[in-house]
Design a protein around this ligand. Structure first.
Ligand SMILES: C[S@@+](CC[C@H](N)C(=O)[O-])C[C@H]1O[C@@H](n2cnc3c(N)ncnc32)[C@H](O)[C@@H]1O
Length: 288
């Protein structure tokens, strides 16, 4: 007869149970993503009102301003910028591509990687026209060059679009990065929308930390108070609802020093039924 676990055995059993539950949760999240629709996702989040570039209080201009500020501060430099969970979007590297000579995009899904490759190869068939974004960031940068020059630079510095799984202790193929890691990471709306709970979110932060050089920066953008978003028509993808304190605690626990946290509260007219997000955070942090 098997007796009930006692003392340390019971503790180990609890850990095993928690790990098992987390693995089941991660597999369920991966299943949700199998029917992710890049074109619909872009339409929901990257067209007005959320991407009204004429309004300072629209969500996309707020994100672009945070990224512009963070990437133009003197403490950020190096050769390689790595974008974690790029999805089908490019906005998150429009400022960083002026600082780093190499940008590596990544995503879990081939449909998203294809969407990015179509833009990089300038082959047509893209689901979104990124021109207004390029023009907007050129304006933030004081119009040092034209938007077409920026597009040419971005196409040149994106060196690859590779698979990633942030739930693996080694999220990318072993030879994908230089041995020392990337100089800087950027990641937007990825970790909280692919993790079944806060513990998995924190663990994923620890995994991506391994891809970064010592003292390298992390620019993390994410949703606050969100429990789901639409990844396509009728596809509700669960999200870990985070608050600011949890973001700060997770960063600390996974080996980052927070430099700055900025928060955006969603105006009423940005609540358009494609998610239940209440705010957005931007964190600039450094690997301890
Ligand atoms: C909410 S989207 C964010 C996309 C984009 N970064 C943005 O700012 O809009 C989440 C992305 O995470 C990707 N993803 C899903 N599971 C993942 C995993 N296990 N590891 C890394 N990325 C994952 C999805 O394919 C999707 O592109």
């Amino acid at each position: 007869m098997v007796s009930a676990p006692r003392g340390r055995d019971r503790e180990q059993n609890k850990c095993y149970q928690a790990a098992w539950e987390m693995e089941k949760g991660i597999a369920a999240m991966a299943a949700c993503y199998q029917t992710f629709d890049p074109a619909a996702y872009l339409q929901y989040n990257y067209t007005p009102p959320r991407a009204d570039l004429t309004r300072k209080d629209s969500i996309v201009p707020w994100k672009l301003a945070c990224l512009h500020r963070a990437f133009t501060e003197d403490d950020v430099s190096g050769e390689l910028l790595l974008d974690i969970g790029s999805g089908p979007t490019l906005y998150q590297v429009l400022s960083g591509c002026e600082v780093f000579n190499k940008v590596l995009m990544t995503d879990f899904l081939e449909v998203n990687r294809q969407e990015l490759r179509r833009w990089v190869q300038d082959a047509g068939g893209c689901s979104l026209d990124w021109t207004p974004y390029l023009q907007h960031v050129c304006k933030l940068e004081g119009r040092r060059y034209t938007w077409t020059e920026k597009a040419t630079r971005l196409r040149r510095v994106i060196v690859d679009v590779l698979p990633i799984d942030v739930h693996r202790p080694q999220p990318m193929a072993p030879d994908a990065l230089p041995a020392a890691g990337a100089d800087c990471l950027v990641s937007c709306f990825c970790l909280e929308s692919v993790s079944p709970d806060l513990a998995a979110f924190t663990r994923a932060l620890g995994h991506i930390r391994k891809l970064l050089k010592p003292d390298g920066h992390l620019m993390l953008i994410g949703a606050l108070g969100e429990s789901y978003y639409l990844g396509g028509p009728g596809l509700k993808i669960p999200v870990v609802p985070l608050n600011e304190a949890q973001v700060c605690a997770s960063l600390k626990e996974s080996g980052f020093t927070l430099i700055r946290l900025e928060v955006y509260n969603l105006p009423r007219d940005m609540r358009i039924g494609v998610d239940d997000v209440t705010g957005v955070f931007f964190a600039k942090a450094k690997k301890k």
